[in-house]
Design a protein around this ligand. Structure first.
Ligand code: FBP
Length: 334
C-alpha cells in the first residue's frame, strides 16, 4: 500500500494530534459524518434502479416538495449523528424545529447544522447533489442543546464541510487547518485523501448565477454580471457562465477552478433563497479557509448573527477578487 494513501480517519486523527487539548470527541463526530456520507452515496448512486426517485408528496418547512432521497438522507444523518454521543442538538433544512438527541443516547458538547441533500430537485435528472454540514460547540448551560446553541455566527464554527455525490463521491472538510478533499473508493469503502490543502484562485474565469431572475435583480448585480461578459472589463476574455442549479456542485467547481457563485436577494425575495445556517455559513467557512471570500454583498457571511433556524441570506461566494469586485458594484462604488 503506497505511503501516500491517507484515509479520512487517519487524516482527522493527525489533525487532532496538532491540538494538545483535543479529547477525540470531535474526531469521532467527523468520522460519523463520513460514515453517513458513505451510506447516502450508496443510495444516490443507485437511485435510478430502486424505488427511491420521485417525491414523497410531503412539503418541507421551506415549502418545497420532499424527495424520497431527501427523507432517506435526513434519516441517515439523524440516526448516525444523533447516536454518536457527541451532539447536544441538531438543525436541518428538512426539520422545522430543532432536532433533539433521542432518549437513551448520551449528549455531547457539539451542535450540528446540516442540509442532508442539497440540490435535491436535480436528483431525478442524475445531476450532482450534496450534503452540507457545520459544527459548533455548545454554549448554553442547559443539559439539552437549545436555539442559543444553534443561533451562533459562523465565526464560531469549529468545523464544516460538504459531500458531493457526483461522478465520484467526495467529502471536503476543514477544522480551521486548511481545506482537504477525500474521494470515496467504493471498492474499499474508504474516503482517501485526493485534494490536500485546497486553495482557490484569487480571481476566476467562471460565474454561476440563475440569470433567469435578472429582471428582479438590483442594478448593481445586473451591472456586475454584464461586466463579466465584456472582455475589456473582464480583463481579457469574457467569463464563462456555468450554472448547475445544485449549490454544492456549483460551489465545488468554482472552489477548484476559481470563480464566483451568486444567489442574490431580489425584488421578490430580498433575502434570496439560500439558508444561512446550513448552506451559506459552512461553505463560507470552507471558502475562507481556501483563501476565498463570502458575503451578502455588504457583510461577511461568517459575521452574520442568525435570528432564526431557517434564515435566508443573499450569497456571493468564491474567489476573493471576484467577490470584492461584486461588492463594489452592489455598493455603487463601480
Ligand atoms: P435545496 O435543494 O437544498 O433546497 O437547495 C436549494 C438549491 O437547489 C441549491 O442547491 C441551488 O443552488 C438553488 O436551490 C437553485 O435555485 P434556482 O432553481 O432558483 O436557481
Amino acid at each position: 500500500m503506497p505511503e501516500s494513501v491517507i484515509t479520512i480517519e487517519r487524516h482527522i486523527f493527525e489533525q487532532q494530534r496538532k491540538i494538545p487539548e483535543a479529547t477525540g470527541e470531535f474526531s469521532v463526530l467527523l468520522n460519523a459524518i463520513a460514515f453517513a456520507a458513505k451510506i447516502i452515496s450508496r443510495e444516490v448512486n443507485k437511485a435510478g434502479l430502486v424505488e427511491i426517485l420521485g417525491i414523497t408528496g410531503q412539503e418541507n418547512v421551506q415549502g418545497e416538495q420532499v424527495q424520497f432521497l431527501d427523507e432517506y438522507a435526513q434519516n441517515v444523518f439523524v440516526q448516525i449523528l444523533g447516536k454518536s454521543g457527541h451532539l447536544c442538538v441538531m438543525v436541518s433544512e428538512e426539520s422545522e424545529k430543532l432536532i433533539p438527541i433521542m432518549n437513551g443516547y448520551s449528549l455531547g458538547k457539539y451542535v450540528l447544522c446540516f442540509d442532508p441533500l442539497d440540490g435535491s430537485s436535480n436528483i431525478d435528472a442524475n445531476v450532482s447533489v450534496g450534503s452540507i454540514f457545520g459544527i459548533y460547540r455548545k454554549i448554553s448551560p442547559d443539559k439539552y442543546g437549545s436555539e442559543q446553541d444553534v443561533l451562533q455566527p459562523g465565526s464560531r464554527l469549529v468545523g464544516a464541510g460538504y459531500v458531493i455525490y457526483g461522478s465520484s463521491t467526495m467529502l471536503v472538510y476543514s477544522t480551521g487547518q486548511g481545506v482537504h478533499g477525500f474521494t470515496l473508493d467504493p471498492g474499499i469503502g474508504e474516503f482517501l485523501l485526493s485534494h490536500e490543502n485546497i486553495q482557490t484562485p484569487k480571481k476566476g474565469r467562471i460565474y454561476s448565477v440563475n440569470e433567469g431572475n435578472i429582471e428582479t435583480w438590483d442594478e448593481g448585480i445586473k451591472r456586475f454580471i454584464i461586466s463579466l461578459k465584456q472582455p475589456e472589463a473582464a480583463g481579457s476574455k469574457p467569463y464563462s457562465a456555468r450554472y448547475i442549479g445544485s449549490l454544492v456542485a456549483d460551489f465545488h467547481r468554482n472552489l477548484l477552478y476559481g470563480g464566483i457563485f451568486l444567489y442574490p436577494g431580489d425584488k421578490r425575495n430580498p433575502r434570496g433563497k439560500l439558508r444561512l445556517l446550513y448552506e451559506a455559513v459552512p461553505l463560507a467557512y470552507i471558502v475562507e479557509q481556501a483563501g476565498g471570500c463570502a458575503s451578502d454583498g455588504f457583510r461577511r457571511i461568517l459575521d452574520i448573527q442568525p435570528k432564526s433556524l431557517h434564515d435566508r441570506v443573499p450569497l456571493i461566494i468564491g474567489s476573493e477578487g471576484d467577490v470584492k469586485t461584486c461588492e463594489k458594484f452592489i455598493r455603487g462604488e463601480m
